[in-house]
Design a protein. Sequence first.
Length: 254
Amino acid sequence: MLGGVATEIWIADIATQAMTRLTRDGYSDRPEWSPDGRRILYTSSRTPSNSLWWQPADGSGAAELVHESEFEIREGVFTPRGDAVVYRADTPDRNRDIYLVPLTGDRKPVPLLERVDDDKQPRVSPDGQWLAFVSNESGREEVYVRALANGGGRVPVSTSGGGEPLWAPDGRRLFYRVGPRLMAARIVTAPVLAVAGRDALFTGPYTTDQWHPNYDVAPDGKGFIMVQPVEENRQLVLVLGWTRELRQRLRGGK
């Protein structure tokens, strides 16, 4: 799990709580692991326009520029195969648009959500077929899902505001946050893309972020890494046992 101190990126060993500083140049933010766990992708102010960079997670190599745009790039995530990055850029008209850039060939970006609404926080499903994102299309920020390729209609996931979407490792649920609540939407893709239901998992005093998910899902989907403020500082919190609590609620237990 990664945490930022000041404007730099650090690697935190959850088991030992040892901290290793990864970046040292410019304003570095919003780190993401590559699918193979070998690299860290992040945004950085090393160029005049905020751009995407990566470097080995073990600190064995220098940072390399991944993609630079004419617009400010504020967040980026890998596709599951690691052969492309989906990123959000802030355009001069104050909209936020989402693009996909291949990591091979000429790396020409492909618009996914452009000049329509204020779109941000992109997340690609584990099978690489679907894109979750946050949009203000309705006049309020909500979570949506649509096909990653070939566009198509968007399906609303949240119903009373929402943000910070993250996929479960099996792709069957999409987690998102509504204020202090963490929600799980059950996603079905056949015969059509739809939301089969929504469950409130737990509520807690964990730090939220309107621009980028500020928590993470454990690789087995059974726990979460949350950020909890403690006297003006922040600490990582591992949340377990939420599945038992959810089952009790569904059965009417306390």
